[in-house]
Ligand binder design. Structure first.
Ligand SMILES: NC(=O)c1ccc[n+]([C@@H]2O[C@H](COP(=O)([O-])OP(=O)(O)OC[C@H]3O[C@@H](n4cnc5c(N)ncnc54)[C@H](O)[C@@H]3O)[C@@H](O)[C@H]2O)c1
Length: 427
């Protein structure tokens, strides 16, 4: 273990995709209390198992960390970090319940001199306007006089082993200059790439939310173009390859936007805009286009099967991949489900296969019984997620799964120009 670089006792509240790697990184340079309300997850982590299946047993080695659900243990922390989910409800409005629940937990054990940093993605103003008043109310302490607050967004990318916590510049912010220094020094101990000191907490909150909003809007433009190019009979990936030869053409691609970040965070910004009586148009348009893509792809498959001379009622389709992106096991807010739902609404029988997804979780979340392995004779094969295992499929593998002349739906354009024995369609 490295020598204790920082004197703070770090309390990380919420040990999921973001919180656990963060807690383990701090546990190499400080004493850490890892707190979560889910006792099943705590039990697994105590055994060196990451319930989110991103980290290995080795990542838990040489760590000075206590995994707990006990407030008494959490009370020992001096520097609290909150990394709980910030989802949206059914009306696509921010659901701050987990965040405010975690804030209340921390406030119950807050002492004079402590610092609380929020890492969850929120709209600008949430830390100071929503979280701080609750902290004051529950703790009975005064903001800035007795306790300090900061915001430092997480930028990790699930499944990405290159852009990690250590190798990505971390934005830090604080409620005053001494807090900014404290937050900055604490994070500098674990982030090799260094920290960027934002001018204020609101600036740091806004920076994170626009990173994902920018991606969402750009992908939406590509999706809209792909609907248009389909009508023109040209392939979008061909067009993007050609346009990409210009030095300043941005490399975005059409596709499904699922998961709990890019497809969710823009709604937080929209919510804030509404509070300020501003009606966002571009952001909402992006969300509309991206959320419609699953249904659009489903209809294209149905048309493709019919135009190939097969009846749609009773047709069999194989969907490869159900996770929200490639090479991860996370199925939350997967938009592949929209393709499946669309197909089923036409009476199509759908087999779903994904080597990364957990069968029980898929059944629980979506009521879908995944197949253990694909069978044969499908009317269409849909490569919905570009898992490495699917990338390496050869045309013969795909042909072996389907009827002669069946349809290959290549959502991510992986097999463009490589398939001649199947009818081919991509975004
Ligand atoms: N996953 C990512 O790649 C990623 C990247 C950047 C930012 N973010 C943001 O980070 C935040 C956390 O996301 P995540 O993916 O780690 O979530 P997650 O669902 O993986 O984990 C959240 C953890 O918090 C726990 N939790 C929930 N409510 C709690 C409470 N009141 N007290 C204590 N623990 C509680 C849950 O039991 C769970 O273990 C979100 O705001 C998300 O938008 C996530």
């Amino acid at each position: 273990m490295e020598k204790r670089k920082i004197k703070e006792t770090v309390g990380v509240v919420g040990l999921g995709y973001v919180g656990l790697p963060l807690a383990l990184a701090f546990a190499k340079v400080a004493h850490v209390v890892g707190f979560d309300i889910d006792q099943q997850r705590i039990k697994q982590m105590q055994k060196g198992v990451d319930p989110s299946r991103e980290l290995s047993k080795d990542d838990f080695k040489d760590c000075d960390i206590l995994f707990t659900s006990s407030l008494k243990e959490l009370a020992k922390a001096t520097f609290f970090i909150i990394a709980v989910p910030t989802p949206v409800n059914n009306a696509n409005e921010p659901d701050l319940q987990p965040l405010l629940g975690a804030v209340e937990t921390v406030a119950k054990v807050l002492k004079k001199g402590d610092c609380v940093v929020i890492e969850s993605t929120v709209y600008p103003g949430c830390t100071e306007d929503d979280c701080v008043p609750l902290m004051e109310k529950v703790s009975g302490l005064r903001f800035k006089k007795d306790f300090k607050v900061g915001y430092s967004p997480e930028r990790i990318n699930p499944g990405d082993k290159v852009h990690t916590l250590k190798t990505t510049v971390k934005i830090v912010s604080g409620c005053d200059a001494p807090t900014l220094k404290r937050v900055s020094e604490t994070y500098s101990a674990i982030v090799d790439a260094g920290v960027y000191k934002a001018q204020s907490i609101k600036v740091a909150e806004a920076a994170k939310i626009i990173e994902n909003t920018q991606r969402d809007v750009n992908i939406a433009l590509m999706n809209e173009l792909s609907i248009l190019f389909d009508r023109m009979g040209i392939n979008t990936f061909d067009v993007l390859e050609a346009a990409g030869t210009k030095w300043n053409f941005l490399k975005f691609y059409p596709g499904l936007v699922g998961g709990h970040c890019i497809g969710v965070d823009p709604y937080y910004l929209v919510h804030k805009a509404h509070q300020l009586k501003y009606h966002t148009k571009v952001i909402n348009a992006g969300r509309f286009v991206n959320d419609s893509m699953g249904g659009y792809i489903g209809k294209k498959i149905v048309k493709g099967i019919i135009s190939g001379g097969h009846a749609i009622n009773g047709a069999r389709v194989l969907v490869l991949g159900i996770t929200f992106k490639e090479d991860v096991s996370d199925i939350r807010n997967s938009k592949v489900v929209n393709i499946i739902d669309e197909l089923k609404s036409y009476g199509v029988s759908v087999d779903v296969y994904d080597p990364h997804a957990d069968r029980t979780e898929v059944k629980k979340a979506y009521g879908i019984e995944m197949v253990k392995s694909p069978s044969k004779g499908y009317d269409a094969v849909v490569v919905a997620v570009s898992h490495n295992q699917f990338r390496s499929l050869k045309e013969e593998d795909l042909v072996a799964l389907s009827y002669k002349g069946a349809l290959l739906v290549d959502v991510k354009g992986l097999f463009r120009g490589k398939v001649s024995k199947m009818r081919y369609w991509s975004l």
